[in-house]
Design a protein around this ligand. Sequence first.
Ligand code: CAA
Length: 246
Amino acid sequence: MSSKDKVAVVTGGTGGIGTEICKRLSQEGAKVIALAYSMKDEEIKQWQETNGSDIEVKLTNVADAEDSAKVMNEILESYGKVDILVNCAGITRDTTFKKMTAQQWGDVIDTNLNSVYNVTQPIWNSMLENKFGRVINISSINGQRGQFGQANYSAAKAGMHGFTMALAYEGAAKGVTANTISPGYVETAMTAAMREDVRDMIVSGIPMKRMGQPEEIASAVAYLAADESTYITGANLPVNGGLFIH
Ligand code: CAA
């Protein structure tokens, strides 16, 4: 597999899963730009020392259309192209729907779903013109099957795959693929923040009897992003240890 000399942008690029995606795409030969929401200069320096000094970190709020367009256009100007875009930024505001506020609904829809418009739209035409592109949307098992306490998150994550499928049609004749990866429960700060009893109950129901590792999502991304993955588009690849098989 190779992504040699490709330019890759990863939103949520310094998060639990995003960091491993950046590292892996860099190993495959891509120039990687990680988009992060808010980090101090010192934190960025530390992150780069740990994960790769050749990975550029840029700050942007992907929930904000103007800010995202500005940053994506800067990347296009600096590197001349974006070959691989991984939409990985995401948040949770878990609560039962009866208690869910408009703010909790809106924050998750803005960050997890509207962000894919904000970040993808500014570079989409250039992918079509270059006749090469890989858009990979990191959704969730909970977008495929729903989850108690995640009406907002499940709606956003299901929406991401609807977006993938439509985009796949529009890119197909131009060598641009669009695919979704739907991780199950992966060991990150996001799952660590869950109530312990709820998390233990969910993990005990995973056929592989363990959570996933971020590297296991990154390897699926590397596969879909690779130059060789020319004929896979519109797919939703589950990486969930067997938790949802359908
Ligand atoms: N199905 C049906 N009923 C359920 C249920 C379920 N899955 N889970 C809980 N209930 C019931 C409980 O038994 C309880 O019933 P009683 O009132 O009769 O006792 C009632 O619903 C309330 O349950 P909780 O005590 O859990 O409610 P809470 O308000 O304290 O907590 C919650 C709500 C915070 C949303 C909690 O349920 C929760 O954490 N749920 C899991 C959410 C989740 O999976 N988040 C994933 C985060 S990681 C991620 O999102 C990454 C990814 O992509 C996978």
